[in-house]
Design a protein around this ligand. Structure first.
Ligand code: FMN
Length: 148
């Protein structure tokens, strides 16, 4: 089974997950043309607004071809209980039919209520792994070992 991990990260927690997965899967990080502002206040305001309008960020050189993979693992930080805007774009641009699909979410609380609802409505039998700030809590990565 050939696997790919497609993810976005704003503050590095996703990079911690990618580092952990790099021997098990190919890695494709998505980069938005315009990332969230640096200041915490504007970051929360902008990201929060994006979730309300279900915004799909424009991405830099995104390669949507996943033909050679059997399993696609999609990773997103949780924003306002929802998916991040670059991952909204990924879901819009790639064809996941006939693929085994797993989502890894990471957040401050380790919960992902609306994102979970959304991906469960899009994909049957989807596996979801919730992590709490994996850069600060590397033991959270053990959850991936158990599930993948
Ligand atoms: C706009 C925004 C909204 C967020 N909303 C939530 C949330 O609803 N629940 C939560 O637990 N954490 C929330 N967080 C925290 C992030 O999910 C968390 O810090 C995550 O690990 C960041 O991942 P990254 O370092 O890969 O960008 C939010 C962060 C941002 C920037």
């Amino acid at each position: 089974m050939k696997k790919i991990f497609i993810y976005y990260s704003n503050t590095g927690n996703g990079d911690t997950v990618a580092e952990y997965l790099k021997d098990k899967a190919d890695i494709r990080k998505v980069i938005p043309k315009k990332d969230l502002p640096k200041s915490f206040f504007f970051k929360i305001m902008t990201g929060g607004f994006y979730t309300i309008i279900d915004y799909k960020s424009k991405l830099v050189n995104f390669d949507s071809n996943i033909d050679e993979y059997d399993e696609v693992i999609i990773g997103s930080p949780i924003w306002n209980a929802r998916l991040s805007s670059p991952i909204n774009t990924v879901l819009d641009k790639i064809d996941l039919s006939n693929k085994k699909v797993t989502f890894i979410f990471w957040s401050g609380s380790g919960t992902s209520s609306e994102a979970t609802k959304k991906v469960q409505s899009l994909f049957k039998n989807v596996k979801i792994i919730d992590l709490q700030e994996p850069s600060k809590n590397p033991k959270e990565l053990d959850k991936i070992k158990k599930e993948l």
